[in-house]
Ligand binder design. Structure first.
Ligand SMILES: NC(=O)c1ccc[n+]([C@@H]2O[C@H](COP(=O)([O-])OP(=O)(O)OC[C@H]3O[C@@H](n4cnc5c(N)ncnc54)[C@H](OP(=O)(O)O)[C@@H]3O)[C@@H](O)[C@H]2O)c1
Length: 337
């Protein structure tokens, strides 16, 4: 492609959109052409991005005209209804929502309470987890970036499942910071309700569970039983997934399987100590520790829900899809504490 890639961000004033714009603004191969938001329509970009040198005004509706790639940071169902027109217009789409992650259209109404708005696009979508799908990404017309919990759980479990060293019964206990719920206010993420408090939710089944099961089952294991329980933690950002399964082999074999699986991967690192969310904060890293208690493996994974769990991974997929170095605009100084 000649010149820089012309990009638009739909839903640019939400948490995923803001993170994307901050990353794309320093991407040498991208020209940010258009940002959309209904509530900021007509207001200057500086009203949301005072520290970026961006000129222009928010538009109320994303418009694909003159755009090469649409980064969609809209809620599920909302972007899917528009995605068909974007793809038909030759615009490539990187979707942060859940709309194109599940391959089986019958799963969508079960988890999202309505029929899929564009089922014919499901077969075109590449599941945007480069550690598993890097080869399918170059040239992709539609990328479905996985959920934040799903990214942590799949990266924590893929080597164990692929190597056959995990029993079929897997438990994922995951905690997320409140930015995982987005920027729109709701009672559950109200400061006085979420601060100094910790609780489980969606115990009967969270929407990210079918993504996790789909991707782990595709690694060649039928009959996997994943129990996934998310928790809301009183922190702004970050996910910690602690995963338990019966160990079929030794801990040393399991650790070798993880090191081998992630050898050469720039963003998923096998680390010697159980990671904290703060260690991965503001980075595109997923940090994975592999331990055991008796014959029960305990694998912990930490990432930033807005970066590797959303927009950083979106940029990573975009880089591969458009032929840039996978790490472009995703590396920076370690931010700790
Ligand atoms: N937060 C995370 O950690 C995370 C992680 C992975 C994936 N995601 C996914 O990324 C997407 C965005 O999440 P977020 O956390 O950024 O949410 P958010 O902060 O609530 O932002 C939602 C965005 O969508 C726009 N919007 C809301 N309702 C709309 C409608 N009916 N029509 C058009 N635009 C609408 C909002 O702007 P206006 O209301 O001004 O139009 C805003 O720009 C979601 O699909 C989410 O599941 C989020």
């Amino acid at each position: 492609m000649k010149g820089r890639v012309k990009a638009a961000v739909a839903g640019a004033n939400g948490y995923a959109g803001i993170t994307l714009v901050n990353l794309l603004a320093r991407h040498p191969g991208v020209e940010l052409r258009q940002l959309s938001s209904r509530s900021f329509a007509g207001k200057p970009y500086a009203s949301v991005f005072p520290l970026l040198d961006l000129e222009g005004e928010f538009v109320p509706e994303p418009d694909a005209d003159g755009i090469d790639v649409m980064f969609s940071c809209l809620p599920h169902n909302v972007g899917a209804a528009r995605a068909g027109a974007w793809v038909d217009a030759g615009v490539r789409v990187v979707d942060m929502s859940a709309d194109f992650r599940l391959k089986d259209p019958a799963q969508y109404p079960k988890w999202y309470r309505q029929d899929h708005p564009a089922p014919s696009l499901l077969s075109k979508a590449v599941f945007g987890l480069p550690e598993l799908h890097e080869r399918e990404l170059p040239g992709a017309a539609l990328v479905a970036v996985p959920g934040c919990y799903s990214t942590a759980a799949i990266l924590a479990l893929a080597p164990a499942v692929a190597s056959g060293l995990a029993g079929s019964d897997i438990i994922v206990d995951a905690k997320s910071g409140v930015s995982g719920a987005g920027r729109s206010p709701s009672i559950g993420v109200h400061f006085s309700e979420a601060n100094e408090s910790l609780g489980a939710y969606a115990i009967e089944g969270h929407r990210h569970l079918p993504e996790v099961t789909q991707e782990l089952s595709a690694l060649g294991r039928d009959g996997l039983q994943v129990t996934f329980v998310p928790h809301l933690a009183p922190m702004t950002r970050g996910i910690l997934a602690t995963c338990y399964f019966d160990l079929k082999g030794s801990l040393a074999q399991l650790q070798d399987a993880y090191r081998e699986f992630y050898a050469g991967q720039p963003f998923t690192r096998v680390v010697a100590q159980s990671p904290t969310t703060k260690l991965a904060s503001h980075s595109n890293l997923c940090l994975v520790n592999v331990s055991a208690q008796n014959q029960k493996a305990v694998v912990t994974a930490a990432l930033d829900n807005l970066v590797k769990g959303a927009s950083g991974q979106g940029v990573e997929c975009f880089n591969i899809a458009f032929g840039f170095d996978r790490k472009t605009s995703l590396e920076g100084p370690i931010q700790w504490p």
